[in-house]
Ligand binder design. Structure first.
Ligand SMILES: CC1=C(CCC(=O)O)c2cc3nc(cc4[nH]c(cc5[nH]c(cc1n2)c(C)c5CCC(=O)O)c(CCC(=O)O)c4C)C(CCC(=O)O)=C3C
Ligand SMILES: [Fe+2]
Length: 394
């Protein structure tokens, strides 16, 4: 197992050309409502064509209304965009960073149009999802394809062509920057626990997905669940080393939806806390490794619901931060942009690709997705074209 490095290189060696051939960066996210009137149309966008029961939608709308109808995700993305822009500038990389979302304004097409108007024709995208599955990879790539087609119509590009090319950085769950930032956040959470209190168990938490989506995700190299187990193992080992004490850990899931008859990844974090309490655990640290910022799934499902469950069970629970705009994470994302540019140049020149840094046991995931990768269901083609892959249509 490769431990994450404590010192990340500020400028990866061997790339005098910076971000060439790219002339803009797309920060590509999920989106969320900015006020009460946005909540329902946003939820309709998210769940279009999905089998989500009405009761679940009403319940999720309540989560948003509980926070004034406003998701924290938009300001978090603005902060991440500013941090990326600053780190690029620090390295002398002078490219604009535009921000676009799949499910709410600013939409992907508008972000690409903004880059296009600034003269950009080759864009490198970074998705605010670290893991590979339909929800964290292909669904973004399908949306990107549609946005490129819409942009073509807007700018009057010839039928069947796209006016710009967009590549994306690989799934970065096992990039040293993401792993290091999670290690730092968990260490800080443990350091906040009183010296005479029980030593907490470490519970990693991520978004549940349907079992069918989990099965399909394995085409990327390791399944969504296995990707999380790899990160969890690496983070727990690094935390134990930093604190000089053994750390016992588990992986639990939150935010399931869909009809009750449909199996999703388990255990649910609330059920899991119950199991731990019954076995005598009195203290936990919750680490949301599945999320890159403290958006609604964290603010509600963990900070509201899971912390309440812990309290009812008489447990002490502390939540570690998600990576947010931590320096190790931001530097890691810029390293990934630089790495993706070096890969594009090597491919164009027919030269060997540069080394790709990882932390953990899994290899670097592909920068260009394989055909049939991260579908909604194994072997079932959605019929929707997706960008950034070797699928025949891209
Ligand atoms: C793997 C994963 C991530 C992590 C990767 C990533 O970050 O992309 C993620 C992130 C997010 N999910 C979010 C919100 C929602 N997700 C939903 C529904 C669903 N998520 C799914 C999976 C994931 N989701 C799935 C399989 C569904 C079922 C329907 C479908 O297949 O699409 C629904 C519908 C209602 C419900 O069913 O809960 C909502 C409102 C927000 C925004 C939060 C905010 O506003 O701050 C974010 C960042
Ligand atoms: Fe979600």
């Amino acid at each position: 197992m490769t431990p994450p490095t404590t010192e990340l290189p500020s400028v990866p060696p061997g790339d005098p050309a910076g971000l060439a051939p790219y002339d803009a960066v797309l920060l590509f996210s999920f989106g969320g409502p900015n006020g009460p009137d946005d909540v329902l149309p946003f939820l309709r966008n998210v769940t279009a064509g999905k089998n989500i029961p009405d009761e679940r939608l009403a319940e999720v709308a309540e989560h948003y209304h509980h926070f004034g109808g406003r998701s924290p995700i938009n300001e978090q993305n603005l902060a991440l965009r500013a941090a990326l822009q600053a780190e690029l500038e620090r390295r002398g990389l002078d490219v604009p960073v535009v921000w676009g979302n799949r499910n709410w304004t600013p939409y992907t097409t508008d972000a690409l149009a903004e880059a296009y108007a600034a003269g950009a024709r080759r864009v490198v995208a970074v998705v605010t999802s670290a893991y590979s599955s339909y929800s964290g990879c292909r669904q973004y790539r399908e949306n990107l394809w549609t946005a490129l087609s819409d942009l073509a119509t807007r700018v009057g590009a010839p039928e069947g062509t796209h006016p710009m090319a967009v590549d994306k950085v690989r799934s970065y769950f096992n990039h040293p920057g993401f792993v290091q930032a999670n290690v730092d956040a968990v260490v800080e959470a443990y350091q906040g626990v009183a010296a005479d209190a029980a030593w907490p168990r470490l519970v990693f938490v991520t978004h549940s997905i349907p079992d069918t989506m989990e099965e399909a995700s394995v085409v990327a190299g390791a399944s969504y669940r296995e990707q999380h187990l790899d990160v969890a193992r690496t983070v727990a080992a690094a935390v134990a080393e930093r604190l000089g004490r053994e750390v016992e850990w588990d992986l639990a899931f939150c935010s399931r939806s869909g009809p009750p008859s449909q199996p999703w990844l388990e255990p649910d974090v609330n059920d899991h806390l119950g199991t731990l309490a019954a076995a005598g655990t009195t203290s936990v640290v919750l680490s949301p490794i599945g999320f890159v910022s403290d958006h609604m799934e964290v603010a509600f499902d963990l900070d509201t619901e899971a912390l309440e469950t812990a309290q009812e069970l008489g447990m002490t629970a502390v939540r570690a931060d998600s990576v947010g705009v931590r320096e190790a994470f931001v530097r890691g994302l810029v390293d990934l942009l630089v790495e993706r540019a070096a890969i594009a140049r090597a491919d164009a020149a027919g030269l060997p690709r540069p080394a790709e840094a990882t932390a953990g046991d899994l290899p670097a995931f592909r920068s260009v997705c394989a055909p049939g990768c991260c579908r909604m269901r194994a072997g079932v083609d959605s019929g929707r074209p997706a960008a950034c892959s070797t699928d025949p249509w891209s």
